[in-house]
Design a protein around this ligand. Structure first.
Ligand code: EPS
Length: 353
């Protein structure tokens, strides 16, 4: 199951090709709306104010409402691109942005909003993952859900799964939402940005998905999650907290009616245990900020860069559906690989619930 995306933030459209979807999956353009709206810009004052409809057109691979097994091409037209806003950026590099590395690599770049490096591209990952989420849910009862686990210094004081979709932050503690709003308002006024942590949990994954040496499930999740714009760290289960744990604590003891903890994050030896899969990402503060910063222009002369435009003061706020998407894409790929190699083998006794 592979996904390729194409398109630039201020080009005419963005799109993707999804290869390897099994035939027979019911799919319609409406299936994409909910997750795309969860990720979209302009849905609260705390994110980029660019107004994109993010309406999916299915160009191929679906006939009479069902996947045919052939490549599924999806297209979203950019309707609120403003390429002229980026004239100044063409001559310099935002500190902390991929502007500089794209230039060094290709010697040519599309400076309009970052072009290909803009988080606009993540729209198509979320769209592609709608297919994976649907197949995983229908075939295996797998549910992939994320939440914002830290915003700058703020950490949830309570965890209520029901609260997550009821606020624009995907925050699991409803009582703290006014605090987050005030925090973001102050940050925006200061022309600055902040980092965040997002956690994704995949429930219902059966034991046995993943490869033991190459293509470990956790390695593929880490690569996929690290491939999201602005991600600087990935943790599976206890992650870096494992450094200070004892083996007697970290190991997840097993009883006939279940594991007694989940420090492993649902993966042992690269293979799913049947427990919830838990992955977290650290997102850096947005580099496109109003606060002036030092840089150089194309001639190597010192300049000051202050990025205007419609940027997110915290990219992590919209990252929850993107992280879910990457987890779902990896899980679907691993599910199909498991089926291809092991067919009907497993789960075998003893089955730990
Ligand atoms: C982004 C910068 C802004 C955001 C964009 C992500 O866009 P532009 O490319 O116009 O500068 O609006 O987000 C989206 C357009 C989107 O759909 O997510 C960035 O620098 O990553």
């Amino acid at each position: 199951f592979t996904v390729t995306t194409f398109g630039e933030s201020h080009g005419p459209a963005i799109g993707c090709v999804v290869d390897g979807c099994p035939p027979g999956l019911a799919l319609a353009a409406e299936d994409f709306a909910a997750d795309l709206a969860r990720r979209a810009t302009g849905r609260s004052r705390h994110t980029s104010q660019r107004r994109e409809a993010d309406e999916v057109e299915i160009l191929s691979g679906v006939y009479e409402g069902r996947s045919t097994g052939t490549p599924i091409a999806l297209l979203i037209r950019n309707v609120d691109a403003r390429p002229k806003d980026y004239a100044e950026l063409a001559d310099t590099f935002r500190p902390g942005h991929a502007d500089y590395t794209y230039w060094q690599k290709y010697g040519i770049r599309d400076p309009r909003g970052g072009g290909r490096s803009s988080a606009r591209e993540t729209t198509m990952r979320v769209a592609a993952a709608v297919i994976a989420k649907k197949w995983l849910a229908e075939r295996h009862g797998v549910r992939v859900r994320g939440h914002l686990a830290q915003l700058g210094e703020l950490v949830p004081r309570a965890f209520d799964p029901g609260a997550v979709e009821a606020n624009p932050f995907f925050w699991p503690d409803a009582a703290m939402v006014p605090e987050l709003e005030a925090y973001m308002d102050a940050l925006r006024k200061a022309g600055d940005s902040v980092g965040a942590r997002v956690t994704v949990v995949a429930e219902g994954v059966p034991p046995g998905w993943g490869e033991p040496v190459y293509g470990k499930l956790d390695a593929e999740l880490a690569a996929a999650l690290m491939g999201i714009n602005a991600v600087k760290g990935v943790e599976i289960g206890a992650g870096f907290a494992a450094v200070a744990q004892r083996g007697s604590t970290h190991r997840d003891e097993i009883a006939p009616d279940g594991f007694l903890s989940n420090h492993a994050g649902g993966i042992l030896g690269g293979i799913s245990t049947g427990q919830p899969i838990v992955a977290s990402i650290a997102l850096k503060p947005t580099s496109s900020i109003l606060r002036p910063g030092r840089s150089v222009n194309l001639r190597g002369e010192p300049v000051e860069v202050a990025t205007k435009g419609r940027h997110d003061p915290c990219v992590g706020i919209r990252a929850t559906p993107i992280a879910e998407a990457m987890v779902a894409l990896v899980l679907m790929d691993q599910a199909l690989r498991h089926r291809a190699q092991c067919g009907d083998v497993g789960p075998v006794a003893p089955r730990i619930p």
